[in-house]
Design a protein around this ligand. Structure first.
Ligand code: ZN
Ligand code: ZN
Length: 171
């Protein structure tokens, strides 16, 4: 299980919260592989249950109240993270682990994404972690651009909102 760049951790956190459906082990396995986890990636129903709970626990980090966001991150770190340590298991380059070596996927995701979010919030501020402002969109995003506030998860949501506002003005 890898931890590499902060970018990767924040992407993992954002994509996990945005994972609307997590029907079963096959989808979780595909998600982990798509995010760079090396084989063997073996998951079962318990992993799916656990990861759904982690996803719910992460969402408050992106909502409006920074104090609430910090509490959510700290709660995840307190519950899932262990003392950080370096590992070069399986011939990988040295990297930091914050989960137990034999952690379940859910525990690993919780510890790893909480660390990524903590680092990101400390560097960019909680205002850079947000829920999309478009109507009917509840996707979250992390804004990595410095001094460029962002309100939407994608350009598509920004355009959709602009068009809707324009139409509303036309009456
Ligand atoms: Zn690793
Ligand atoms: Zn959106």
């Amino acid at each position: 299980m890898e931890i590499q760049s902060p970018d990767r951790l924040i992407r993992l956190a954002v994509d996990l919260v945005n994972l609307r459906e997590l029907p079963g082990p096959a989808e979780l396995r595909a998600f982990l592989l798509a995010h760079g986890e090396p084989e063997p990636v073996e998951v079962d129903e318990d992993d799916v249950e656990g990861v759904r709970a982690v996803r719910e626990a992460l969402r408050p980090v992106f909502e409006d109240d920074p104090a609430e966001g910090a509490r959510a991150v700290n709660a995840l770190l307190a519950r899932y993270a262990v003392r950080p340590y370096l590992s070069d298991h399986d011939g990988t380059p040295w990297h930091v682990h914050v989960a137990e070596p034999d952690a379940s996927w859910a525990d690993w995701l919780a510890a790893t994404t909480a660390l990524g979010l903590a680092t990101f919030a400390a560097g960019h501020g909680f205002e850079s972690l947000a829920v999309c402002a478009a109507a009917n969109c509840d996707r979250v995003f992390a804004n990595t651009a410095v001094n460029r506030p962002r309100r939407f998860c994608t350009p598509r949501c920004a355009t959709r909102t602009r068009v809707a506002t324009y139409r509303a003005r036309q009456g």
